[in-house]
Ligand binder design. Structure first.
Ligand code: AMP
Ligand code: GLY
Length: 429
């Protein structure tokens, strides 16, 4: 089967590398891809939001499955456009991708179906939101309703800060129409875990857990980013906790979407916090995580194309997922100044040396090509993933491989997967 992957980041590179091992694969394409993905498959110069252009390409090249990596095309309805033309897609339709596209929708869904999450109120009027703040406990969390490149969540340590957040989102429209509504949410505490799941709308299968380091600088300092590194599996996400989440969160979410007439097919990414009172959903994403994918897919034993097809063809019940016992650690190499401002266009050296190390994969995110050179072309440039018998060994190897790679203004956190949380304060009853 010919397969097309849509996206251009480290997540899509990990998906491409996973698909290359699939038995049923004939030709693999990625649109638009990046300089590293181009080393593994043919990249096609069509933008992820050009739905008709992508569907034309899929028709002309006899693509049997298109895998959507990114959130924007899913939220924008790429799956509906493809399906209307008789093309098969891995990824939810627009009416299901709203689970990520609108935080107000997802909070209301959780309330309606008793899925544990923080207390909240939704406002579409700034004055009402501002007066509600008077009755809120501090800290409080203010969230833009719609997508905001991971920057629409503001944790506010005072009422003034929260009022500013409401004004910036709703009046100044910092995130455009995504700020037409705000969610004002109770501040929760506890360790966080990312859990990716496959679903076909009826059956759900849980992949392994991972933990993301979202802050830009070591010691969890600085602004939030898309993710500076992560590891898998997460020790405190034990089989018992997973069973609890399956019963109270994962399955109820899939069933709720089906009951609402919005069957979800693809990946649901559960962003969870394990509070003293138990697991709470912080957010849903309607796609694989980045960099979560870079530690999950290297640990997955299944044939990835078979799993994607089982989701798209509503027969996921036939599949059991299998993961290696090895741990994985991914360290992101970024351009210094990310996520605010940074320079691009610097030559990258040492890529081969790092990739040739046993158990190491180098995933390209923001890379481009200038002549024969691979150059930096984004904030997050590369993700270096290493497998090892345990997290400490994987961590050591990931940092060793990362140190082989050089480019001007290279920046990485030095504490990915160091001092990890092993237990939570929550005791299951
Ligand atoms: P989200 O995009 O909703 O996952 O939020 C991004 C990050 O903000 C999360 O990973 C948490 O670290 C933090 N966050 C979101 N909601 C809350 C909350 N209710 N309480 C505390 N932290 C939160
Ligand atoms: N790493 C978080 C995300 O993909 O949303």
């Amino acid at each position: 089967m010919n397969v097309l992957v849509v996206g251009s980041g480290g997540r899509e590179h990990a998906i491409v590398k996973g698909l290359l091992k699939s038995k049923g694969l004939d030709s693999l394409y990625c649109a638009p891809g990046n300089a590293g993905i181009a080393l593994d498959c043919e990249c096609v110069d069509i933008k992820a939001m050009d739905f008709d252009g992508l569907a034309d390409f899929a028709e002309k090249n006899d693509i049997g499955l298109t895998v959507i990596g990114m959130d924007d095309p899913l939220i924008g309805g790429i799956t509906d456009v493809f399906e209307a033309r008789g093309l098969k897609v891995f990824g939810p339709r627009k009416n299901a991708a709203v689970l990520e596209g609108s935080k107000a929708f997802s909070k209301e869904l959780m309330t309606k179906y008793n899925i544990p999450t923080g207390d909240y109120r939704v406002f579409d009027n700034a004055d009402e939101a501002l007066s509600y703040l008077d009755s809120c406990k501090i800290p409080v969390v203010v969230k833009a309703d719609g997508p905001a490149l991971g920057k629409g969540v503001l944790i506010c340590g005072s009422k003034d800060e929260a009022a500013d957040a409401v004004k910036v989102i709703m009046r100044d429209k910092k995130f455009g129409d995504s700020g037409n509504r705000v969610v004002i949410e109770e501040f929760l505490t506890g360790p966080e875990v990312s859990v990716l799941t496959f679903t076909d709308g009826k059956t759900i299968r849980v992949m392994s857990s991972s933990q993301d380091y979202k802050k830009a600088y070591s010691g969890n300092k600085g602004p939030n980013t898309g993710g500076m590194g992560n590891y898998s599996p997460v020790p405190f996400f034990t089989p018992d906790v997973e069973r609890y989440c399956m019963e109270k969160i994962f399955k109820p979410t899939v069933d709720a979407m089906a009951s609402e007439g919005r069957p979800f097919s693809g990946v649901i990414f559960f962003g969870l916090m394990i509070t003293e009172d138990g697991p709470r959903v912080l957010e849903y994403n309607a796609r694989f995580g980045d960099p979560e994918t870079q530690v999950i897919i290297p640990r997955m034993k299944n044939d990835l194309l078979e799993v994607f097809l089982a989701c798209a063809e509503s027969r996921l019940s036939e599949i059991e997922l299998e993961f290696t016992d090895e741990a994985a650690v991914c360290v992101v190499l970024a351009s210094s100044g990310y996520p605010v401002s940074y320079e691009k266009g610097f030559s990258i050296t040492g890529l081969d040396k790092a990739s040739e190390m046993e158990g190491v994969s180098v995933f390209h995110a923001g890379t481009g090509k200038e002549g024969n050179n691979i150059v930096t072309n984004g904030g997050r440039v590369l993700g270096v993933t290493a497998l090892g018998p345990d997290i400490e060994a994987a961590r050591k190897k990931a940092y060793e491989a990362a140190s082989c790679i050089s480019f001007n203004n290279k920046y990485m956190r030095n504490d990915i997967a160091a001092d990890i949380t092993r237990e939570t304060l929550w005791k299951m009853g």
